[in-house]
Design a protein around this ligand. Structure first.
Ligand code: 5AD
Ligand code: SF4
Length: 485
């Protein structure tokens, strides 16, 4: 028997009085949530806590900062512990195992909820954009209070209020972002570095990838909004920013006054206070000579380029719809290395894509050896329902994939270790990020090329750039000594 969702009269009144302007509307709902959280907190004689658990990529990490911004503005206190009054999973669905982790943990959350009547369980992010996922939640996870998608984040405070005043499951999903709402509260995870969205969505439709279906069509933010955000961050003490988009190289298309990603970078470079600029992710087919030149002349853009190749076989690249060939990719790498000799190159590689022959895989191995990546993320192909590749013939048997994956990983690791050794003995700029988790007498910092170094220093250096001698390479990280104060 299905439950009838009767709207609470108080909620009906709140909704009727809401302003229509997006920003004013969300502020209005934050103030209502705040009153209600305060009331509950007074009743319980303690602060209400919230826990935001993020799966997946940097885009999700940035979205989680927005979610936490609203929760804190409403009066929740952040906690790392899932025994909290509000727990939200910001989900990823790029690979099946990301989904499985969420299903597994939801069972655990239900046991916590049984002991805390206040508890609200919420789910958002890419996985929620999938119809089958939402059907499963409706059917089998009635104790989930709130579900929303990747295009509804700007409405989160409103959804929070609806959840606080309802006793049924709230579910709101939009198929695509009609608008980009600026100026919502954000709680940054780090004081000195921040992600900045420059665009949302993806138009590329690589045949294995679910992102275009769950994140919608590519949409760039206005340059002036991006610049204003970066200026505000700089004024707030941020020295490193990471410009975020699924395909930053096609930034600016579709704007009323189109500008290129390279032009945007030049504008960001001018902002005082910003000392390091990173960006993620570049598609090889769109990486322009203009961008390489801007990087070569920049004092702030980090010496790191993440350039996902996915496969070293032109045949496979074609069936992945990547729209470049092995030769094109290698020529691009050559050009980049000529103009940016000290750049660190990293990549993503998929093993076991449907139809991958022994020869295709050997082509990937040989490309990895030729490029000599500083590091590479290697993924086993995961079949995503709704993508073209899910219905391709010649899905590769698990044992073959596993054997190829292990071989690739070994080669990748050997090359990474060799590349890392090349820096040993050098003095480099390091942004001090945090006290070392294992040894509090050390701090951990990051080089321009994205590698990590541990060294003895006072925690007062966190958030500043210092010179560090790289004493020893430990494979994936360095041990060093600070050489200036
Ligand atoms: N299976 C395995 N890996 C995938 N990726 C994207 N979709 C899939 C999939 N279906 C990888 C790609 C991409 C990275 C973010 O995730 O390598 O660059
Ligand atoms: Fe997915 Fe390809 Fe878009 Fe990257 S470029 S998000 S792999 S469709």
């Amino acid at each position: 028997m299905s439950k009838i969702n009767v709207i609470n009269p108080k909620l009906a009144e709140i909704l009727a009085n809401a302003p229509s302007n997006d920003v004013a509307r969300q502020d209005y709902f934050i103030s209502i949530a705040k009153e209600e959280i305060q009331r509950r907190s007074d009743e319980l004689g303690r602060k209400l806590t919230c826990c935001v658990n993020t799966f997946g990529c940097q885009m999700n990490a940035r979205d989680s900062e927005k979610i936490l911004g609203v929760l804190e503005a409403a009066g929740y206190v952040e906690s790392e512990d899932e025994h909290s009054d509000f727990v939200i999973y910001n989900t990823c669905t790029v690979r099946e195992n990301a989904n499985n982790r969420v299903w597994g943990r939801l069972g655990y959350l239900s046991t916590i909820k049984k002991k805390n009547a206040q508890m609200i369980i919420a789910l958002c992010g890419c996985m929620m954009q999938e119809d089958i996922v939402r059907e499963k939640i409706k059917k089998s996870y009635p104790y989930v209070d709130l579900v929303f998608g990747t295009h509804n984040i700007y409405r989160f405070s409103e959804l929070l209020v609806q959840t606080l005043f309802s006793d049924y499951q709230i579910m709101e999903i939009l198929d695509d972002s009609k608008k980009i709402v600026e100026e919502l509260p954000i709680v940054r995870k780090y004081a000195y570095k921040s992600g900045v969205n420059i665009m949302f969505g993806c138009n590329n439709f690589c045949t294995y990838c679910i992102v275009p279906y769950v994140r919608g069509r590519e949409k760039s933010r206005e340059p002036k909004d991006i610049i204003n955000e970066v200026k505000k961050l700089a004024a707030d003490g941020v020295i490193e920013i990471m410009l975020l988009g699924q395909n930053v190289n096609s930034y600016g298309k579709g704007l009323e006054h189109p500008i290129s990603f390279a032009e945007l970078l030049q504008e960001v470079e001018k902002i005082d206070g910003i000392e390091r600029i990173r960006f993620m992710t570049s598609h090889p087919k769109d990486l322009s000579d203009e961008l390489i030149d801007v990087m070569a002349h920049s004092k702030k853009i980090c010496k790191h380029l993440h350039l996902p190749v996915q496969s070293g076989s032109t045949n496979l690249l074609k069936s992945m719809n990547r729209r470049y060939t092995r030769e094109h990719y290698l020529a691009l790498v050559k050009k980049i290395r000529e103009k940016l000799p000290d750049i660190a190159l990293t990549t993503d590689i998929i093993v076991g894509f449907p139809g991958e022959t022994d020869q295709d895989f050997e082509d990937t191995l040989s490309l990895v050896k030729e490029v000599e990546y500083d590091s590479a993320f290697t993924f086993i192909y995961s079949k995503r329902t709704g993508t073209p590749a899910a219905s391709f013939e010649n899905q590769i048997p698990d044992d073959v994939v596993k054997e190829r994956f292990d071989r690739l990983l070994k080669v990748v690791q050997e090359i990474s270790a060799k590349k890392a050794m090349e820096y040993t003995g050098k003095v480099v700029d390091v942004l001090v990020e945090e006290v070392n988790a294992q040894d509090p007498s050390l701090v951990t910092g990051r080089l321009s090329n994205n590698s990590v170094v541990h060294f003895a220093a006072d925690k007062k250096f966190i958030g500043s750039i210092v010179n560090v001698h790289l004493d020893e390479c430990k494979g994936f990280y360095y041990l060093g000594t600070m050489v200036t104060e």
